[in-house]
Ligand binder design. Structure first.
Ligand SMILES: *Cc1c(COP(=O)(O)O)cnc(C)c1O
Length: 356
């Protein structure tokens, strides 16, 4: 009799699946989704568009009209290319696969986005985590030292950083990019619309910088589309490890449509930015809560008992993310995605009713 443990890699056996809690019926403030749906007329137009998509055909592997439109809309430098991924999660995996030379290392500040280390483990690449300062700014000296010591193939900088919300300093990033002249620096701009800062226009200024974006946090998490922007020499190599039909026809058609209506998503992001400021202020007035500055669509909040706060919200049908076991620097921290004004008001009511 064959058992999975006879066949499956030992390190895979010891992993746990990425936890996605059942959220049916909950106010969902755990996954940085845009809380707003598309307005009805757009839903209807998109429906008509999608009804005509040729589902019997494989998608175009390099949809050049869509790529050109994305390039133009997102102000990608002329001499850069784009690689599409089934979410940026897939791009992160492609990068790990393509860079998995024997002895290769992937480096990122910690705590940061978990996929950087998960993708490394799966590709048999060692992951080097460099702790942030206690205020979640970059420990530049430690970063530079680790880069020199480990010579990583890839360095990830989440800009702004998930789960802390910190927008790393541009001069610090530049120093890392210049020191890491044997590494590829991936600037992950998943929260670009909430930070309103970007390295996009500088992608071609350095030969070792690529910028990664996703439409997930903009309001299109369900369609799974990420994109990587960089000089053609980089994009060409990563394209070789991409599954041939990784972006399905419905996603391609939806993105094509939404690029014509980006103003709707931008207006929703502007609402979330305003709500972020309002909510940050309101929570920081509650005694026992410390709100860290955030440039994303979530707030990292330190309380005295994160498990208790998580459970109290859960009983009130509000789902947030308890970060307190993820990394020592995140002790007693919870991450709260910005919801609609109504959802945020209900969150605040519960927070006011308990001892933070
Ligand atoms: C959410 C997130 C992603 C993943 O985005 P997908 O496109 O949904 O896979 C990537 N990077 C960071 C920092 C994120 O927070």
């Amino acid at each position: 009799m064959t058992m999975p443990r006879d066949v499956i890699r030992a390190d895979v056996l010891s992993l746990t699946s990425y936890p996605v809690p059942n959220s049916v019926g909950f106010i969902k403030l755990d996954a940085m989704e845009n809380p707003y749906t598309l307005p009805w007329p757009l839903q209807e137009q998109l429906g008509e568009r999608l009804a005509r998509v040729a589902l019997n055909r494989y998608p175009l592997p390099r949809p050049s009209l869509l790529l050109d439109k994305l390039k133009y809309t997102m102000q990608v430098p002329d001499d850069c290319d784009i690689l599409l991924g089934n979410g940026s999660d897939e791009l992160i995996n492609l990068i790990a696969t393509a860079c998995a030379k024997s002895g290769a290392k992937i480096l990122a500040p910690v705590p940061s986005f978990v996929m950087y280390s998960i993708s490394a483990v799966l590709a048999h690449v060692e992951f080097i985590g460099v702790p942030l300062n206690v205020d979640f700014t970059l420990d530049v000296a430690a970063m530079l030292e680790a880069i020199t010591a480990y010579q990583p193939s890839v360095i990830y900088l989440s800009y702004p950083n998930n789960p802390t919300g910190t927008l790393f300093d541009d001069a610090d990033i530049e120093q890392i990019v210049r020191t890491a002249n044997r590494s590829l620096v991936v600037i992950d701009e998943a929260y670009q619309l909430f930070a309103q800062r970007t390295w996009m226009s500088r992608t071609n200024e350095f030969d070792n910088v690529v910028v990664m974006r996703t439409v997930s946090k903009l309001g299109l998490a369900g369609i799974r589309l990420g994109y990587l922007v960089g000089l053609p020499d980089w994009i060409r190599e990563f394209d070789k490890v991409r599954p041939p039909y990784n972006i399905n026809v419905l996603t391609q058609s939806t993105v094509d449509f939404m690029l014509d209506h980006l103003n709707v998503l931008e207006a929703q992001a502007a609402k979330s930015r305003a709500e972020r400021e309002r909510l940050a202020e309101a929570i920081s007035l509650l005694s026992g809560a410390h709100v860290f500055p955030s440039s994303a669509n979530f707030l990292l909040v330190r309380v005295s008992d994160a498990d208790m706060v998580f459970e109290a919200l859960l009983s009130a049908w509000i789902l947030i993310k308890n970060m307190s076991k993820m990394h020592p620097l995140l002790g007693e921290c919870v991450r709260i995605t910005i919801g609609t004004p109504d959802e945020n008001a209900r969150l605040l009511t519960v927070l006011k009713s308990i001892q933070l």
